[in-house]
Design a protein. Sequence first.
Lengths: 459, 833
Amino acid sequence: MQLFNRREVLRSAACGFGGLALAGLASQPTWAQPTHFPAKAKRVIFLFMHGGVSQMDSFDRKPVLNEQHGNALPFDLPGLIRPDRLGKVFGVKWDWKQHGQCGQWVSELFPHTARVVDKLCFIKSLHTEGEAHGQAVLRLHTGEAAFDRPSVGAWVSYGLGNENEDLPAFVTLDPPTMHGGVRLYGSSFLPAKHQAMQVQLAKSPNKRPQIANLSSELLSDIRQKEQVDAITALSRLHLQQVGHDPQLEGVIESYELAYRMQSIAPDVFDLEQETQETKDLYGVDQQPTDGFARQCLLARRMAEAGVRFVQVSTGYHWDHHGNIERDLPDSAAQTDKPAAALIEDLDRRGLLDDTLVVWAGEFGRTPVAQIDRGAPGRDHNPHGYTIWMAGGGVKPGYAHGATDEFGYLAIEDKVHMHDLHATILHMLGLDHERLTYRYAGRDFRLTDVYGRVVSAIIS
Amino acid sequence: MSKQRRKDRRVYCVPVLAAYSRQFLLALLTVYSLSATNAEEPAFFREYIEPLLQTHCYECHSHETGEANGGLVLDSKAGWSVGGDSGPAIVPASLDKSLLWRAVNYKENGLEMPPDGKLSDNDLLLIKKWIERGAIDPREDGQAADRKSIDIEAGRQWWSFRPLESPHLSDSNIDEYINSRLQASGLQPSSRATPAVLARRLSYDLTGLPPDANVPSQYDLSDDQQYTDYVDMLLESERFGEKWGRHWLDVARYADSNGSSFNVPFHNAWRYRNWVIDAINRNMPVDEFIRKQIAGDLLATDSDAERDENFIATGYLLLGSKVLGTFDKEQLTLDVIDEQLDTIGKSLLGMTLGCARCHDHKFDPLPQADYYALGGIMASTSTLVDRIGGPKDDESDWERRGLGPGGDEKLSAFLQEHRYEWVKAVGKRFQAQKTLDELSGGDFQSSTNFASSADPTAANEEHRRMIVAATEELRDAERKLADLLAEMPPHAMAVRDAKEIKDLEIRIRGVASSKGETVPRGFLRVASYPGLPVIPTNQSGRLQLAQWITSPHNPLTARVFVNRVWKHLFREGLVRSVDNFGTTGEKPSHPELLDKLASRFIARGWNLKWLVREIVMTEAYRRAMREPDAKDPENRLLAHQNRRRLEAEEIRDTLLSLRGDLERGANENILQTLPIGDASNLGEYLNIRDNRRTVYQPVIRTIEPQVLQLFDAASNTMVTGARPRTIVAPQSLYFLNSDFVQTSSEAIGSRILARYVESGNESLPHDDYIHLLDDLTADMMRTIVAREPTSHEQSLLKQYIMAQADGDPGLTAHDMLKVCQAIIGSTQFQFLD
């Protein structure tokens, strides 16, 4: 009924370029879709630690590494990227303490995360395929490396629709250009509206979020409104000649949405509306946190505005092949405080209950040293690593699964990447086996033919 | 359907589970006290194992539920001893060899059973004991899963597998087929479109560009002869190949870089692209066009030039996006074969072959064995070789073949000796260039912080010295590279037969390491015909594959190709699922028409230009737009022509052309200087500024120019016979705010304005432009949408011009920008009526 009326409006004659062009510019009803079952979370903020965080230096404490430092591993290495460049067991230099009610061990590099551990749910047995970044990053973001498939956020957008008609359902902040590039937030064969809107923040010269073509330097607001009016009026004359045509109507509507986006987005993007206290909490305008703090704060504002899936990428700085002792503390310091602040901030605003936060790299790292890059570091390890989740339906203050005593292979309650994806969808009320899209004669799923929901971590 | 059943079953299962739970409790209490002899008796099975299987496994593995996932049932002894796709599920007394044991312990990736959650420790203990003691199972009379084998003969009855009949002189023409269906449905066809609409439609459809301004005066398109002349002129234009070459590049998933996880530039892909465009302009018979792409390197030739062209054509097999760094090279090989078969299947045969990689095709008569029969041909073809940057690299390199006299031998010798040296030299030269660019560019101050230097002269002196050094370094790097290149013949991405010719083993569940029986190389049985080409034991079989695909007896190829051409001219194919002619695709709206057209196309020597001409000459093609009739809301019967949006390339090319900036001719090796490594972070160096047609712009995967990304250009990693059609807000933002649309509108507006102002003046004073408003608005519409405005449009545009040009300077270029931009942004420009 709604649509029909709308079409009628569009069809009605509108001579002159004012007229009805901007009718209905007020906020639109959402097209949120019913879920398969009641959802625990309405949206996801995905914090991507690009490069791969060392689990044994962060949240997966393995005292045996220090005891056995310099010894050979007592078992064979699984298919590794380059066995020839790996050395002996490599100890951990950081102090560890147990934190919170849950008693989760956290290394001294993550003091802020330590503060919020009672709200976090750790998965310490994630495993994936791909010894190289490209494969692993693609698997984390799309479930598949060899073929072009929709990204997790695109599936979520497809499954849930918009919470806010004036903004896209899927937004990516500073996405990586490498290791898959656009595929990491693309819609592949899903309709294009499910692909993420890209926002550039890290490289933005004025530290303000930037979206392609969102504003015009040539035309003032008023002039632009006239411009939109003229375009839609000319288009409506075209439509009038032929009567009903969904394509032409679609374009006219898309101008109206574009105009609404132009009006609402600057507001959502304006970090200056935040209080000093909030900015300080995240570490905005402080070093080394400023960059990631702005990303996390913007992610929260987007979640608040109803964006379904916000992807935040740290930049490719976690790949500590060499000199991990110097570089890992840097990476941790850039991200620890903003990530913890995001949890606290969402919590105090009552958003954490229905927002699922996922903190993850594409893989973990080896318990043995990599020795071909000067000072030692750790090599890639897709066979077992640690991530955390928070909010939206996961058990707080909980840890699931375990790696072996060296922290190398996931051995207990293993969670495969497909399982993680199945679980994220589950939290959103989507059954990963029923969320399908027919393309080229086949029903595709995010989890292909795999995936099990990790029910143990659901609150 | 089966999913639904499964869910229902799950609900139904609950009482069953409850009924057994008491028994379970008993079992738990007694299991530890069971003596060894108990487990060897059938009673043990009946009491403990059978209930467990019923509760946890039958849902997906029993005759009762009709589910045999993975081909496995567990409701009889034969069920597990014969096993499913992966062979026997249990080997009595051998836990290690029992797949079921690994599956229930979640030790088999992707085969964790039951999928809803691991069995309890006690259940596992029971199973362990049972298997260890010989897996005694009294259910001797049951059967293994009925392995459905595909009935090829029955499959042949599907329309697309039926043989084509030879054409007769008495065959109807296209319009007769269409009109008789319209008549039968009581639909009145729409009238002919106006000459202006036809000129624009034909020009874009055949060349991808707007009609020249002088077309209305040169051709009266309401006259049949002049219409024919106009069509022939467009068909002979080199722009025809640029437009229709792009159509082919869409299905060939053409790109100039690998994309995926390692986005290395394909320095030589342009040779393939230009060959495609040239072949179409030459009107190469389509069967020959296809044969060269599958097996050009194996065809007999008369000249070096022809042999080179044939090498280049096989680039089709190499252009896929690959995970070059896959550690397991056997896995990589199988993935590459899969990509090749997927491309061949969809682009040439309209078959989704990829579905048969892991199991028999679920819907089409394509057994898994047929997939591996074709796979053997590709496995006997060398696609990837060696490593790309050094012997220890993770990333594989691809086959290259030298061009020119003796080129192939020279290239092989060169690569043997200097492959890595050459890769390094290309990288070094690029680095040196980059260093110099950074020094000469504006950002040297921030990077070296000379701005804070106390002595500016010293800083300048230092800077000058650095530039000299960098220039020297670049020269040096260039010299070294030139020395190497002097020995390296020009080359193409091209395949050759592998040293080892081999048949492939079926891979169970598609897993590289799970080998089944070996399948001799061959073709799809459902599309076979008497007198199939025979594959010699010492050849890959690609030549025979090419012969099979392009045989007039192959039921698929000509139908698929003709349907693609139809789709580009009527916006939808007669079969709308243009890449899928299988049972999950759509059936043709006019089956007889498609068949007749396909057989006439073959009889005409697979002549593309003939086919295009045949279609655009019809009344059906020339019809005007109209609102669809309720009797045929999707216009399947073609009572009127369908509207289409301009394609991404057409938008860019048109604006460049209206600005007067579009350059003719082809690009060649403009990526040549990029380093042979991941290009994803080259930033500005990938920002190619070039005003030739978009088809000639290098396609760097994952870094697609905005206009292509926004306006649904082909995916460039997947066969795209039908581009998606999206209408989203960012497209409108592009028309409102993008630099390209704004600068183009400005240039177009200025060009129009210049026709009315005296030289030397930059604007039209108020009194002047008021008199000229009719001329100006008509000119703008003629220029941008190639027709005269209606009176409503004219009054709207006049009003808009006056609203912009209020005040003193009169009508300026900036005002013209806004009006032109409004027309360009409207559906009038964006769509083709």
